[in-house]
Design a protein around this ligand. Structure first.
Ligand SMILES: NC(=O)c1ccc[n+]([C@@H]2O[C@H](COP(=O)([O-])OP(=O)(O)OC[C@H]3O[C@@H](n4cnc5c(N)ncnc54)[C@H](OP(=O)(O)O)[C@@H]3O)[C@@H](O)[C@H]2O)c1
Length: 288
């Protein structure tokens, strides 16, 4: 089985939802990731309004890479109004038929043969555990998915599903600026249940919002940059990775230098006091 890389490249911004990379640029970015040691690519059927998996798949097949040298994640369940799908509203569908169809479509679009990991994109109040486990069972037996997980699920929602299907991963929003999940019991539950975690938007709002929180964080980062000889993004990533849950960041950048910086951040060992200084800067108050 292909091993997942410690840093995951998120493809949400590769296509029409972001940088609009052309075929050659996608090929180059895939090669860059592989050369830097990232073999894992995070997809979802909806990215680019149902177009990015197809664009990526064309680049992937052109490169002639061995399927077993890469690890593909995809997600399903969101019905997203877009040019490709004329819908009145966005909603969630976790019926057996829809999960199977969606996974099969992702596999076809990615030119992938199978998915290394299929995630349910977001929890739905209408989830039916029997339908979901039956779909996952079918996809596994057909060799279409190697592993199954969820995204943005709370522990009670995981408990609901895990009676009948093994949940290997939860992809969650986690960063220095969005750190609630480390405090609401989910992380303790994941550790105890041996469910692994990967974090989307691992840089949080730091580069997006110039608010008081970012300013407080900036002041601490300024000191730590010298101490660790590291950049701001590297320190933000290392803050996540220095949590005992062993969280893998799903990074969104398409820039080679930033991808390289992310890989190098794997070597940063943050002192506990520095980890807490950053937490305090984010919260705006000291720990009790
Ligand atoms: N499961 C879910 O519900 C869910 C939701 C959202 C996203 N995701 C996944 O998570 C992935 C990553 O999400 P994200 O893009 O929000 O992650 P991110 O890595 O936290 O943010 C990436 C953004 O930060 C910018 N950035 C990086 N380093 C910077 C720096 N030093 N200075 C200024 N800006 C910097 C990047 O700009 P450049 O591109 O210009 O470098 C990019 O716009 C997505 O691609 C997707 O695969 C999953």
């Amino acid at each position: 089985m292909t091993k997942i890389s410690n840093i995951i490249s998120g493809t949400m911004g590769w296509g029409s939802w972001g940088h609009n990379l052309n075929l050659k640029e996608m090929e180059n970015l895939i090669i860059t990731c592989l050369e830097l040691g990232i073999n894992t690519f995070d997809h979802a059927d909806i990215y680019g309004g149902y177009t990015t998996e197809t664009d990526f798949g064309k680049a992937f097949i052109n490169l002639g890479i061995n399927r077993s040298d890469v690890f593909f994640i995809s997600k399903c369940g969101i019905q997203y109004p877009s040019k490709k799908r004329k819908l009145e509203i966005k909603y969630y569908d976790y019926s057996k038929e829809y999960i199977i169809k969606s996974a099969e479509t992702s596999i076809k679009n990615l030119n992938a043969d199978y998915l290394d990991l299929l995630l349910l994109h977001r929890p739905s109040p209408l989830m039916n555990e029997d339908e979901i486990s039956s779909a996952i069972d079918y996809l596994k037996k057909q060799g279409k998915i190697k592993a199954f997980g969820v995204s943005n699920f709370q522990f009670s929602q995981i408990e609901l599903l895990k009676t009948n299907c093994e949940i290997k991963w939860n992809q969650i929003e986690f960063s220095l600026t969005n750190n609630e999940l480390a405090f609401n019991g989910l992380f303790d539950y994941l550790m105890k249940s041996k469910i692994k975690a990967m974090a989307w938007s691992p840089l949080g709002s730091y580069f997006k919002l110039k608010d008081v929180k970012s300013k407080r964080i900036e002041r601490v980062l300024k000191l730590l940059k010298k101490k660790y000889d590291a950049s701001e993004d590297q320190l933000l990533l290392s803050w996540i990775m220095n949590h005992p849950l062993n969280i893998l960041p799903v990074i969104g950048t398409t820039k080679k230098e930033r991808i390289k910086a992310a890989i190098e951040s794997l070597n940063i060992n943050l002192d506990k006091s520095d980890w807490f200084s950053l937490l305090v800067a984010s919260q705006g108050y000291k720990v009790p």
